[in-house]
Design a protein around this ligand. Structure first.
Ligand code: GUN
Length: 286
């Protein structure tokens, strides 16, 4: 079998167009969704990510507000900024870009964000609400994985989903989301004894371990759907995922490329979360 290559850019573009329609509907009621992004210090990668978020906001009609704080900002000062943004009714979603400088406590910052505005879905209560199936905001990368799976048309009910990776931001939430869709979910990780054996059972394989080409194509079941969340730079400068793409594509029925697969979905889902937070906050249909 030769896999269909899933075009994450095209799916993300469609999702952003849907968000723009919802923003336009809110605008007819006089509401403009607002997203606040706090960035501390000069980390170059963070600057790029934040710029991309602002650009996406401008494209869909969300008002974005960037708060730039110096590297030497104290915890108290940062918490005060988070508190001020939390209290504002024109800010429907907010996030603090990570990583923070070493002297700052990321957990304390996340926990200070109201769950209704937690568009990153990082708050322990947001994750807990997902666990028990209550209304919440789902973290953007797992939400992007689910949106891609929906586009493939696969019905997860009863299917074997294998998640490789158990991070709080991707592996764990994506497993919960698949479980909510009645998949039989196996969560693998660095200590899993027989990783090839587990991977070989997957109808849907989701890999988020952050190790270049760790999952080999020959492990994958013929016809599986493969979602590669990894993005790694090799020593010779190539961008690769956590899955060995060429060999996996010979066996899978559909596979996400790196780059151009899951990556573009993350910002699209941030836009979706922001408009959803605004709809909920203002009692509008979702
Ligand atoms: N740093 C890298 N990715 C992210 C993200 O999705 N959210 C935040 N807050 N920081 C990040």
């Amino acid at each position: 079998m030769t896999a269909t290559i899933i075009d994450g850019n095209a799916i993300a573009q469609r999702k952003r167009a849907e968000v723009a329609d919802r923003v336009a509907a809110l605008a007819r009621s006089g509401i403009t969704p607002g997203l606040a992004v706090v960035i501390v210090g000069e980390d170059p990668a963070s600057q790029v990510y934040v710029r991309n978020k602002e650009k996406a906001c401008a494209e869909v009609g969300i008002r974005s507000e960037k708060v730039e704080l110096p590297e030497q900002t104290t915890q108290q000062e940062l918490m005060a900024v988070v508190e001020q943004l939390s209290a504002r009714s024109d800010i429907h979603g907010m996030l603090v870009q990570f990583p923070l400088p070493d002297h700052l406590d990321e957990d304390a910052v996340v926990e200070a964000i109201p769950v209704t505005k937690d568009v990153d879905g990082f708050h322990p209560e947001s994750i807990g609400r997902l666990l028990v199936g209550k209304e919440t905001l789902v973290s953007c990368t797992p939400a992007g994985v689910m949106a891609i799976l929906e586009e493939t048309g696969v019905d997860l009910k009863g299917n074997e989903v294998v998640v490789v990776g158990r991070s709080n931001n991707v592996g764990k939430p994506v497993a919960l989301l698949c479980l909510a869709q009645h998949a039989t979910v196996t969560q693998c990780h660095s200590r899993t004894r027989d990783l090839p054996g587990h991977v070989g059972l997957a109808d849907v394989l989701i890999v988020a371990v952050g190790r270049p080409e760790m999952v080999k194509g020959e492990w994958i079941k013929e016809g599986a759907i493969v979602i590669d969340v990894g993005i790694n730079r090799t020593e010779d400068g190539r961008l690769v995922g956590d899955v060995e793409f060429e060999t996996a594509a010979e066996r899978a029925s559909a596979i996400t490329p790196v780059p151009g697969g899951v990556g573009p979905m993350t910002v699209a889902m941030l836009m979706q979360n922001t408009v959803l937070a605004a709809e909920r906050a203002t009692g509008r249909p979702q």
